[in-house]
Design a protein around this ligand. Structure first.
Ligand SMILES: [Zn+2]
Length: 269
């Protein structure tokens, strides 16, 4: 499931080809139209003849901003974007396509049929839970350590759950919470109340570091395939049974292979 780094890398790659471009047509695949949280016939009429002003990200949502309207997509498990030549064969998993001036199309496909698509006048009211989103997780440095400590202390959860709580910080899910906790040398099931000031500081340092390094690794990989979501740069997530690169201890795994929780008992305390 894409988290902040995958969506941020996607935004970096897609936005130069989209910003400022006019949408000349819009199609929705009737088979997958239920993913669109808006009347389909109105959507296909309302999108064309508008220009994409900017592409931005909020938590795990990608936003194609048309000014007074915003196309907000939460791709969940199987949603993928692609810039294709107009008229190229449409995959069966296609949900919608936006025809752009200059013979290209922005396509959204979803092989899990779980994504959520909104045509929003105001995401805060039109997109569920949007108004409850916390600050962007990669922006914590700018908010300061004192702010971070205060926010942390409002919660009682285990730190793994806390990092995944979108109203605490937006954008982190199962994979990057494992990576952040490894970087901060904290066990995932530690309760927030057990964190010492030095642990809080490590967490504060680790969050943007892990996320920014991941964005750089994805953007720098010329063979990165969004549909395969290469995470080979990860230190601990999905590395259960292998040796920890920091201390050599065998990496532990809890949970299923599909949704693993990984950590190192050797160097995370
Ligand atoms: Zn270790």
């Amino acid at each position: 499931m894409p988290e902040l780094p995958e969506l941020e890398a996607l935004r970096i790659k897609l936005s130069p080809g989209l910003e400022g471009r006019m949408v000349t047509g819009c199609e929705v695949n009737p088979k997958n139209a239920h993913l669109l949280r808006y009347p389909v016939d109105e959507f296909v009429k309302e999108v064309p003849a508008r220009r994409i002003a900017s592409v931005w990200r909020r938590g795990k949502h990608l936003v194609f901003d048309f000014g007074e309207r915003k196309l907000v997509v939460n791709p969940m498990l199987g949603g993928r974007f692609q810039l294709a030549e107009a008229g190229a064969k449409e995959p069966a998993t296609q949900v919608f396509s936006l025809r752009l001036e200059g013979r290209q199309e922005l396509r959204y496909t979803d092989f899990k049929n779980l994504g959520r698509i909104y045509w929003a006048a105001d995401p805060a009211t039109d997109v569920p839970a949007w108004a409850d989103l916390g600050p962007e997780a990669d922006a914590v440095s700018g908010l300061g350590l004192d702010w971070f400590r205060r926010e942390l202390r409002r919660h009682r959860d285990e730190v793994k759950d806390l990092l995944r709580n979108q109203s605490f910080l937006a954008g982190i899910g199962n994979a990057y919470s494992d990576e952040i906790l490894w970087e901060a040398k904290l066990l995932p099931l530690r309760r927030r109340a057990s964190l010492k000031p030095a642990d809080e500081e490590e967490l504060f340092r680790a969050i943007p570091l892990v996320l920014e390094n991941a964005v750089s690794a994805i953007v720098a990989n010329p063979n990165y395939d969004e549909s395969k979501q290469d995470r080979s740069f990860m230190k601990v997530h999905t590395r259960g049974g292998r040796d920890c690169s920091r201390c050599g201890h065998r990496i532990s795994q809890l949970g299923s292979n599909r949704e693993p929780l990984n950590f190192c008992r050797g160097c995370q305390l």
